[in-house]
Design a protein around this ligand. Structure first.
Ligand SMILES: [Zn+2]
Length: 674
């Protein structure tokens, strides 16, 4: 599963999305100056205390600047209102970004905790700011007659942010909205923490690892009792589900994987849903789904529901064929099989691919040692966007494995990226791009990739290679779109349901022989054969119908949880109902997929955005039809018309500028039908 943290401080205030700033230097040891002997000093503050003190002092500055902004008298102008407001946003986003990152990745759990506190305090600050009536009035009064388009848009969108927060409601309602936001942030953090900390283990014998690749077996030695531990972390889970021949092992690990968070998260989620529904009602919406889609390309919950239906219908025929194929394959192992279980899907899918499409994932892995793959990715993005990566050795990082580059074009520095790509204890378990700093005219954008890949010369699954390209698509959007006067328009500041389009489009560069041949080589230095890539593509298309239905199942859970009356919602019953309606795979007893479905916090009702973005990604890709993906005439145009403008235009207009026509469903329909 792919995940990105869109960190738009101000688009919707009831989420915990982060994005960070440079690491504050840890508390330096006091320099022993030549001073007379004094009373013993208190011990120096811990790094966690420094983080919190810095966070609070920056928030204090922002508060002072806000008071001064509101207190100003006379005519409201760009200089006395918009510029200081932008400055406040810069200050707060710096803190919330860093805190959001550290809460998920910092190896020091005390810092994680301090970061969560900082995040909560930033969130409260923003909630209050968006409900500040005097600020809203000041902003409304700014004379825009001579303003440029970006400035007018900044004001229009900011006013909308304020209205969506409830600024025009009465005082008791505004107070209640603030309390709801604070509680939602806390509950959301708790929910995510429960998933990250709930790593489960299944013990198996060496024989029960039958089918797994040798490098996996070598890395999983038996303990004194001859038992091998498999964890629910992705580097174990993925290979076991794909290659493990033992049905019981797969079922056991699947059941554990889909039970993560089940001790407390259903209860937490129920509280979240009640508060979101109340918030939506207070703001005049029927439910949270209608509220949260209001500032997206899709506009309403009903449209989202129609979209899910439309896509499910489009995929059904293909999915039925896929399922029949899996069942046929299962019968070669178990003659009496009547149906395919969810935990057999990936395994059978791989077997069909190996047999019918002659693609063995083990063979493919050989071309993707981690280090070489990363170098290839940097080379490709360097070429298509005309940028260079300059290693930064002295950057302050939160873990020694984090690699840092400055992104430059010639002598011009464009931003900085941090790559935190390998699993470790207490670290975020998925793949995501975080912003560390939003770019403006005065500060360069900084972005972070947080993933859980193999390292060094270890081999990567091609799926992980695709994820790496995907996340890099976000990172490039963040960096290349990060030079705007108003931070509200920086980077991925477009509608949230467009955010995945650039990253999904960039996945194509991990599927194309011309681009892959630049780096995908085995230990003998042989380039990945073109025939293999073509087979991989054909194999990849196999199962796409089922994958789309699976995605629509997730999208439905996300949407319907937020359309239901929370007092009557039976979470597990709804999950079972939707799984039965949308996918051919039966619910597996004992599992609670929703208690580890982290997107219910970050994305709430709008998980559909992945598929919506894919529709647009496929459409944008059509610009390359019959051309090379390395054709810089097209990639530069894409960079300049879609990525660089950030949020200065509506996403639909960015796409139109690039394609020369409005976006449509045709390319997506073709992709599903072929
Ligand atoms: Zn993404």
């Amino acid at each position: 599963m792919k995940r990105t943290f869109l960190v738009l401080l101000l688009v919707s205030c009831a989420h915990t999305e982060p994005a960070p700033t440079p690491v504050p230097a840890p508390a330096a040891e006091p320099v022993a100056a030549a001073k007379p002997a004094e009373a013993p000093k208190p011990p120096p503050p811990t790094p966690a205390e420094v983080l919190l003190t810095t966070c609070r002092s920056e928030l204090g500055k922002a508060k002072q600047n806000l008071d001064a902004l509101v207190a100003a008298t006379g005519e409201r102008t760009v200089d006395n209102t918009l510029v200081p407001l932008n400055g406040i946003y810069v200050t707060v986003s710096g803190q919330v970004n860093r805190a959001g990152l550290f809460a998920e990745v910092h190896p020091d759990t005390k810092i994680q905790e301090a970061a969560r506190t900082c995040e909560q305090e930033c969130s409260s600050f923003v909630s209050e700011l968006l409900l500040n009536r005097a600020l809203f009035d000041a902003l409304s009064a700014v004379k825009l007659d001579a303003a440029d388009a970006d400035t007018s848009r900044f004001v229009t969108q900011s006013l909308r942010d304020f209205r969506r927060a409830g600024v025009d409601k009465d005082e008791p309602t505004r107070k209640r909205l603030i309390a709801i936001d604070e509680e939602l942030t806390r509950l959301g953090q708790e929910f995510s923490k429960n998933i990250a900390s709930d790593v489960r283990t299944v013990k198996v014998t060496a024989a029960e690892l039958a089918g797994l690749p040798q490098d996996f077996i070598d890395a999983h030695k038996p303990d004194a009792e001859g038992k091998i531990s498999l964890t629910t972390n992705y580097p174990d889970y993925g290979p076991v589900m794909t290659y493990g021949e033992n049905n019981a092992t797969r079922k056991a690990l699947y059941t554990q994987f889909r039970s993560r968070g089940d001790a407390n998260n259903e209860k937490l989620l129920a509280q979240v849903l009640v508060l979101r529904a109340e918030r939506a009602r207070l703001l005049g919406f029927t439910d949270w789904a209608d509220y949260i889609t209001g500032d997206k390309m899709i506009r309403t919950g009903k449209n989202a529901s129609d979209f899910i239906d439309r896509v499910s219908k489009l995929a059904r025929k293909r999915a039925d064929k896929d399922y029949a194929e899996l069942l046929k394959e299962l019968k070669t192992v178990d003659k009496t099989a009547k149906e395919v279980a969810d935990f057999q899907k990936a395994f059978l899918d791989n077997r069909v691919k190996v047999k019918q499409y002659s693609v063995d994932s083990k063979e493919v892995r050989a071309y993707f040692p981690f280090r070489q793959t990363l170098a290839g990715l940097l080379d490709i993005t360097g070429a298509v966007y005309d940028i260079q990566y300059v290693p930064v050795k002295d950057a302050s990082v939160w873990h020694p494995s984090v690699v840092v580059y400055d992104v430059a074009r010639g002598t011009e520095k464009l931003g900085r990226i941090y790559l935190d790509l390998h699993p470790r204890e207490n670290k975020y378990k998925h793949a995501a791009q975080f912003s560390l700093r939003e770019g403006t005219l005065d500060q360069l954008p900084e972005g972070v990739l947080v993933c859980n890949f193999a390292s060094g010369d270890e081999l990567m699954e091609h799926g992980d290679v695709v994820t790496m390209f995907h996340e890099f698509g976000h990172l490039m959007h963040h960096v290349l779109g990060g030079k705007h006067r108003w931070i509200r328009q920086s980077g991925v500041a477009t509608e949230h349901d467009f955010v995945e389009a650039p990253s999904q489009m960039f996945e194509e560069w991990a599927w194309n022989h011309e681009t892959l041949s630049r780096f995908a080589k085995n230990v003998k230095g042989e380039v990945i054969p073109k025939t293999l890539v073509e087979k991989m593509r054909r194999a990849d298309k196999f199962g796409v119908g089922l994958q789309v239905l699976q995605q629509m199942f997730y999208a439905s859970v996300s949407l319907r949880f937020h359309q239901a009356d929370p007092s009557k919602l039976d979470q597990l019953a709804l999950v079972k109902e939707l799984q039965a309606r949308l996918t051919p795979f039966k619910y597996v007893e004992g599992t609670h997929m929703h208690t580890s479905f982290g997107h219910l916090i970050g994305y709430s009702a709008v998980y559909y955005t992945y598929m919506w973005s894919l529709v647009i990604a496929k459409d944008m890709l059509s610009a390359f039809e019959g051309k090379s993906l390395m054709d810089t005439k097209i990639t530069y145009s894409y960079r300049d018309k879609v990525l660089a403008p950030g949020g200065t235009k509506d996403a639909a207009d960015l796409v139109k500028d690039f394609l020369g026509r409005p976006y449509d469903f045709k390319a997506y329909e073709k992709y599903l039908s072929q």
